[in-house]
Design a protein around this ligand. Structure first.
Ligand code: 3PG
Length: 210
């Protein structure tokens, strides 16, 4: 299936940022997110089980749009897509990393925190970006200020976003979705409390009550 980064961002108002210590949890977690009307997840390459987790979700939960996050080294882009990742997310956007991500021909959300970094990505034709770390970098006021000079860019703010402030970001015209780990807390994942995770998803954002 061929999708764009804009389509990935349109999947859900929240892209869960997932850290998995146990690949066994990947499939039930993906199903719990789907049950909570969240059909997209970013599995971060921060744990040794991440690629295996991506592969399991890609094979066993085809309705889930599974991506790989925390891409920090160029070679990880190909490894993630080979495992089954349907989109790639990075916390920053150094040139070799962006080139490697684009070479995979899947949607990409490279990270930026400044107008200068965003302009560098625009030169690649990239108009969808992660804004990271969203809270410390300036929060909704900062993103609102970027909308004036850079109206063609859509941001997925991540880092310090949660149920209490997601609405402030989602109210902005340049923020179609946010990212965050609050929908998949490690204690609930470790305990296999999948129904609780589905419930968290269903109450994930204040402006669209379920
Ligand atoms: C990320 O990788 O995008 C962030 O670490 C997630 O940030 P959060 O834990 O504050 O949601």
């Amino acid at each position: 299936m061929s999708t764009s980064a804009a389509e990935v961002m349109a999947c859900s108002r929240v892209i869960p940022v997932v850290v998995l210590d146990d690949a066994e949890a990947a499939v039930p977690l993906a199903r719990a997110l789907l049950a909570g009307s969240v059909p997209v997840m970013e599995i971060t390459l921060r744990t040794p089980t991440a690629l295996e987790s991506i592969a399991r979700v890609a094979e066993q939960v085809p309705d889930m749009v599974v991506g790989a996050g925390t891409i920090t080294r160029p070679e990880q882009a190909a490894m993630a897509v080979a495992a089954g990742a349907r989109f790639l997310v990075s916390p920053g956007s150094p040139e070799p990393l962006v080139t490697a991500m684009l070479a995979e021909r899947v949607p990409v959300l490279p990270g930026v925190a400044t107008a200068t970094e965003a302009l560098a990505l625009l030169r690649h034709g990239i108009t969808e970006m992660k804004f990271f770390p969203a809270g410390p970098a300036g929060g909704p006021r900062y993103l609102k200020a970027l909308a004036g000079p850079l109206p063609e860019i859509s941001f997925c703010p991540t880092g310090g976003v949660d149920a209490s402030n997601s609405g402030d970001y989602l109210a902005l015209p340049n923020v179609p979705c946010v990212g965050g780990s609050w929908l998949t807390p490690s204690d609930l994942v470790r305990a296999g409390r999948w129904d609780d995770i589905s419930r968290l998803c269903l109450g994930a954002w204040p402006d669209e009550p379920q």
